[in-house]
Structures are given as C-alpha cells and as structure tokens.
Ligand binder design. Structure first.
Ligand SMILES: NC(=O)c1ccc[n+]([C@@H]2O[C@H](COP(=O)([O-])OP(=O)(O)OC[C@H]3O[C@@H](n4cnc5c(N)ncnc54)[C@H](OP(=O)(O)O)[C@@H]3O)[C@@H](O)[C@H]2O)c1
Length: 321
C-alpha cells in the first residue's frame, strides 16, 4: 500500500512511518503532567505500545521532561514487553535546554540511555529554543554524541525558521543534517505555513514533526459530540479545549461529512490531511491515553484523502492572509 510507505527522517537514512506515537501521556500523574493526564499503569502503556506497533507505527516520541524519565522508561518497557528489538523501532527523545548550557547534553546522555534501557536514541531533539547556550553550541554537543555513536541523528523542537537555519548550518559544519523540527501543527493551528518554518523545512530537507496534531483531542470531535467529557478532562487541558469548541465546530462538521467515504473517523481525517497535504514533509505524533486511540492513529495510514477533499479542508481552515 503506497500510503503505508515509510519516509526518510530529514536527510538521514532513518525511515519512519507518516504517523508516529507521542508518549507524553505516559507521564500522566507525574509532576506538572498530573494537571494534563491521569496516571497510567505499565500494563496500559504496554498495550498502547503494542497496539501502535501492530497497527504499523514504527516510531515513538518521548522526552526527558515527560516525568523526568518516566515516559522514556514506560516506552522502553512497553517495547520490551511487545518483543520489539532495538533495530526494528525508531525512538525519538528530547533534551530539556531551559536554564541549562549545552555541556549538560553530554552530562545527561547516560540518563537518557538508562531510562531507554538499551533502545538506541535514533533522534535526539533540543526541546525548546530557550537556553543559556546558543543553537551552535547545542548542535556541537549533539554532533559529539553522533560521533561517539550515542545517538543516530539530531533534531530540534519549537525552533523558529531563523533558529532552524542556525542549527542546520552548525550541524552541516560537522557533516550532519538537521533531521527535524517538532512544532505545534494541526488543522486549527496552521501558523508554520505563514511564519517561514514550513518553507525552511522544505528548502533544507528537514522533516516537520507535528505535535498536538489532534489539538489535544479536540479534532476527534468527542468534546463536540459529548460536552460532558470536558468536566472529566484534567484542568490543565480543559480550559483551552473549552475555549476552542465553538470556533472548531464548522470544521468538525466538515470532517464528519468527509469521513464516511473513507470508513474513517474524524481524527483519522484530521491526521491524514496533516501528513499528506504538504507531500512527505510533515509527519505527526498523536498521543494516546487508550489502546483505541493508538489503533485509530495507526489506521490513519490505511487510506489517503483525495486531492479534492484535502482542498476542501484546506479552504475551511486556511488562516486569513
Ligand atoms: N515538542 C513539544 O513541545 C511537544 C508539546 C506537546 C506535545 N508533544 C508531543 O506530541 C504528542 C501529541 O501531542 P498531544 O498529546 O498534546 O496532543 P494530541 O495528539 O493532539 O491529542 C492527544 C489526546 O487526544 C485524545 N485522543 C487521541 N486519539 C483519540 C481518539 N482516537 N479518540 C478520542 N480521543 C483521542 C486523548 O485525550 P484523552 O487523554 O483526554 O483521552 C489524547 O490524550 C505528545 O505525546 C508528545 O510526544 C510535543
């Protein structure tokens, strides 16, 4: 099936499926994440990882800051429980740069490896642009880790177009590509199409990894269909979801109209648009707090929206010039 075809992660030789699984949810109940997601048992994490994998998803995105290693550890245990070998799966994690310098990248890599329990870090991302060190210093520290065989490729997250160029140039000086920029991108949040990030990614061959591709669950339509669900959603996400319900209703109506022709859900149409509208540049990492979410995310790769339907969705969500 052509739409199951893997894509290169930037200009690396790492191959990823258009949909990966974000596992921030695995930090539920820990630190600030208790305001966003309830605690999750290891058994639940195992089931989510296995379902995503069996559905055809070949990569997972986690971060140091998702429960200080908790999400990384939950992911690694889930991969082990599913009998997935290191060489088969692509693992992406992130270093937290705020109030730190680039030297900390080298000092903390052993912690990442410890929590990931032998799974290779295929993509190591700088989580935010805010740091005591410059992008150049950070990229040099990352390149040292590639040289040492501790990570396979380097990415950034939430970097502007200008910051992407600086990171790309610094890595090029060391002989490595900047693989990706992980940014907020979904049908209700299309800013990267206007602020130069998407154009820069296309020009330099950098993959865009869309975070919150379902707008934190809003683009599943479940809060429109069952507003009572909001009351049960942790308060860290509730306010923002409530604020966006009315504005997103016409879009949900349109996705509801389009979905049946593909035997798909609203969420699958929203994800499918994201990973096809701009060719191969954008991949998405929906998060799952239930097995069903992971199964649905994976099954997004079983169809492709027609050009006409992608156009309709584009026109309905395109931000004004
Ligand atoms: N780099 C960054 O700065 C950054 C920032 C945020 C996120 N991320 C990454 O992006 C990933 C995804 O972002 P996200 O979790 O914020 O947003 P998301 O993928 O837009 O939404 C995930 C939430 O939507 C709901 N959901 C997902 N699939 C569903 C389905 N089929 N049916 C019903 N509900 C469904 C679940 O909500 P309930 O849990 O309420 O059921 C789930 O927790 C994260 O896991 C993380 O890896 C990165």
């Amino acid at each position: 099936m052509s739409n199951m075809q893997r894509r290169s992660l930037g200009q690396t030789n790492i191959e990823i499926t258009p949909i990966g699984l974000g596992v921030m949810q695995f930090a539920g109940g820990k630190g600030i994440f208790r305001f966003a997601f309830p605690p999750m048992t290891q058994a639940a994490m195992n089931a989510i990882v296995q379902t995503a994998w069996e559905g055809g998803i070949n990569w997972f995105d986690t971060a140091e800051t998702y429960g200080k290693g908790w999400s990384e550890q939950g992911l690694a245990r889930g991969l082990q429980a599913a009998g997935i070998d290191d060489g088969e799966v692509v693992v992406a994690t992130k270093w937290w740069p705020v109030l730190r310098t680039a030297g900390n990248i080298r000092r903390t890599i052993a912690d990442r490896q410890h929590f990931l329990a032998g799974y290779t870090i295929d993509l190591y991302q700088v989580h935010q642009p805010f740091s005591f060190s410059s992008p150049e210093a950070e990229m040099n520290a990352m390149a040292d880790l590639v040289d040492a065989g501790k990570i396979r490729s380097v990415g950034v997250s939430n970097f502007s177009a200008r910051q992407m160029r600086r990171a790309q140039r610094a890595l090029a000086g060391r002989g490595y590509p900047l693989a990706s920029n992980q940014v907020h991108y979904n049908l209700l949040h299309r800013g990267i199409e206007r602020n130069g990030i998407l154009d820069t990614a296309k020009e330099l061959g950098i993959t865009i990894i869309a975070w919150s591709p379902l707008s934190s669950g809003l683009l599943t339509g479940k809060f429109h269909q069952t507003p009572e669900l909001l009351a049960r959603t942790p308060r860290g996400r509730r306010l923002n979801l409530r604020r966006q319900i009315e504005r997103s209703r016409p879009l949900i109506d349109l996705l509801t109209e389009i979905a049946p022709a593909y035997d798909a859900t609203i969420a699958q149409v929203a994800l499918n648009w994201l990973v096809h509208f701009h060719g191969d540049v954008v991949v998405a990492i929906p998060g799952a707090s239930k097995v069903q979410h992971a199964a649905e995310a994976a099954a997004t790769m079983r169809f492709q929206l027609s050009a006409a339907d992608m156009q309709r969705i584009d026109e309905a969500t395109r931000p004004p010039m």
